[in-house]
Design a protein around this ligand. Sequence first.
Ligand code: ADP
Length: 232
Amino acid sequence: MEQPVTALLEIRDLSVSFRDNRASQPDLLPALSISDWRLEPGAVVGIRGPSGAGKSTLLNVLSGLLLPQQGSIHWLGNEITQLKEGQRDRWRRNNIGFIFQDFHLIPELSALENVLQPIRFDHWRCPPELRRRARELLSQCGIPRAHQLANSLSRGQQQRVAVARALLKNPPILLSDEPTASLDRASADAVIELLLGATRETGKSLIVVSHDEVLLAQLPQAYELVEGRITS
Ligand code: ADP
């Protein structure tokens, strides 16, 4: 069968290495090596792999935070590896919702202010409709008290605020690094439901790195990353 013209994601001949400064002659240690990987629009994908396999590095290059030494990454036909840094940052702000393992919330701001952070680059003053959307998202994510300070929320609540923040700009792509790590099972299940709900309701794509077999079992596709290489 013929493949659709525009894939969600197309990776070719990608390699990322890091300098090993411990060696007397600093050497490049390969962290990621992906010759060919393609995902179709709407893909909801898990990635498992041992510690050090390159999972965080993969999310960093996929989001354009890290530029590979070699190779190309096309998202919906757009080659982000060819963009200049500022263009890449703009592309990321408009297209990626990133959910970090350790939330990356600003502890002394309220849940609402944290959710609104992604628009601080775009707007000097927050448009009322975005403030409304942020409140709605918080409520959908089970955080009724929008003005509660982030540092007074439980870990499960903080991760749900982080999901709401990732959804604020309605990005087509969600990337998530161990979203359920260090959460109790009930909180983890609530976060899984939010992420999967977002893909079901709005057709977003999701790539989630996880060790959580309960989470991985609920995803239609799962890959394994071993020594920087993707296997299915
Ligand atoms: P995982 O997320 O699967 O645990 P990582 O992507 O964090 O793996 O790391 C893959 C490899 O790259 C590891 O060997 C790690 O030590 C190395 N690495 C990751 N980031 C850096 C960095 N900023 N500098 C040097 N080495 C790094």
